[in-house]
Design a protein around this ligand. Structure first.
Ligand SMILES: Cc1cc2nc3c(=O)[nH]c(=O)nc-3n(C[C@H](O)[C@H](O)[C@H](O)COP(=O)(O)O)c2cc1C
Length: 375
């Protein structure tokens, strides 16, 4: 199609008004150092992308035990809050809006992230059967078997999520997106392949959903439910997620979330590679927007393998309210302008997705820069 219109409509998400429906997806880039303190380089990267309807930051840890990638930023120390202030100020100065994605890695963490080499924690002592852990030293290694959380530790982690949301407000964010997707702690509680508990956080679908809802309600009470959002990835098998009845599980979760006026629900289609390691889209998987759009009462962002045309078609058909782009946003700081004018996109360089410094991070040119270089 030569012109797009649906992607360029404004939309209200909770307290903020977006000038368009083109969202920057959360993208881990592993460039926040060992202390997880965002730097001026990180601020430049996000500010370059400020024309997005909304920027959702990379996954950010709520505490030392939830740390799952080297160079992953945090939001649990004063220095990290101050580092993020640089980012939010830079994005707001360029007229943008930005939510912080907050996460606890659970069993996908690794002991070398803690000073006393503590085992990762999870709903149950079940290691993912597929995938690899990323150690603090940027090495890929087998996952460790996590320690099952004691019942009285669960409330403390809910408290850490709440404190992280409070810290996000101190750092100047417009809201938080709870990372309930891609096999991290909240997802581990949801699925019966990783949650074998027999207390009131395991067993029935209601019980397995309890941790997620506790986190949502604690954050909603802290910062306002209209500044709270959640990302979910039904049918994704990343990090060895499995469930005996995914449709019933997420049907229940969405019915519960529908009773809460969240800023938005972010659904990830399982067809795209979660870490961007392949360009192939998986075929034959259930489609989340088709199954679940009607099950949720508030705004829905859809992500996973969209192009300009497929995103526009989805919105025009009412399948979602906005579309998030991941890999395209890595390589195109001015994605909104490029999609608007139907300009070609820069290709992304997979080798620089994770770790390193400015190359592959700050040096993807805008259309304007390319045109002035060519002139
Ligand atoms: C380099 C990279 C890092 C990612 N990091 C995160 C992350 O921190 N949190 C998250 O929820 N998803 C993450 N994802 C998934 C993306 O948000 C998105 O769902 C995925 O890339 C599919 O969208 P795309 O086809 O537009 O790239 C990441 C993907 C890539 C490629």
């Amino acid at each position: 199609m030569t012109t797009i219109t649906a992607l360029l409509q404004t939309i209200r998400l909770g307290r903020i008004e977006l000038p368009n429906r083109i969202i920057m997806a959360p993208l881990t880039r592993m460039r926040a150092g060992d202390s997880g303190v965002p730097t001026a380089m990180n601020a430049d990267y996000y500010a370059q992308r400020a024309s997005a309807g909304l920027i959702i930051t990379e996954s950010t840890r709520i505490g030392a035990l939830g740390h799952s990638y080297p160079g992953m930023p945090g939001i649990h120390t004063e220095a990290q809050i101050d580092g993020w202030k640089k980012v939010t100020r830079a994005v707001h100065a360029r007229g943008g809006r930005i939510f912080l994605q907050i996460a606890h890695g659970g069993r996908v963490s690794y002991s070398s992230y803690t000073s006393d080499n503590l085992a990762p924690v999870a709903p149950s002592a079940v290691a993912p059967a597929t995938g690899m852990a990323f150690t603090r030293e940027f090495a890929l290694t087998a996952f460790e078997t996590p320690r099952a959380l004691e019942a009285d530790e669960i409330g403390a982690i809910v408290g850490d999520f709440r404190q992280a949301a409070r810290n996000a407000m101190l750092a100047g964010f417009d809201g938080v997106e709870i990372h309930g997707a891609n096999g991290y702690l909240i997802d581990q509680f949801l699925h019966d392949g990783s949650n074998l508990r027999t207390d009131n956080y395991g067993g029935s679908i209601e019980n397995r959903s309890r941790f997620l809802l506790d986190v949502v309600d604690a954050i909603g009470a802290e910062i306002g439910i209209d500044r709270t959002a959640i990302r979910l990835s039904p049918f994704s098998q990343f990090n060895d997620m499995r469930d005996s009845d995914t449709t019933a599980l997420f049907g229940h979760v969405l019915a519960q979330l529908s009773q809460r006026p969240l800023a938005y629900l972010h659904l990830v289609e399982a067809r795209a590679a979660e870490l961007g390691l392949s360009d192939e889209l998986r075929a034959g998987l259930d489609n989340n927007v088709a199954l679940f759009r009607q099950a949720f009462s508030g705004p829905v962002i859809s992500a996973g393998g969209y192009t300009r045309d497929s995103a526009e078609a989805l919105l025009a058909a009412g399948g979602a309210d906005a579309v998030a782009f991941g890999r395209s946003y890595i390589a195109n700081p001015d994605l909104v302008e490029r999609l608007t004018s139907n300009a070609p996109l820069n290709a992304y360089d997979r080798a620089t997705f994770y770790g390193g410094a400015e190359p592959g991070y700050l040096d993807y040119p805008t259309l304007e820069q390319q045109q002035s270089r060519a002139a």
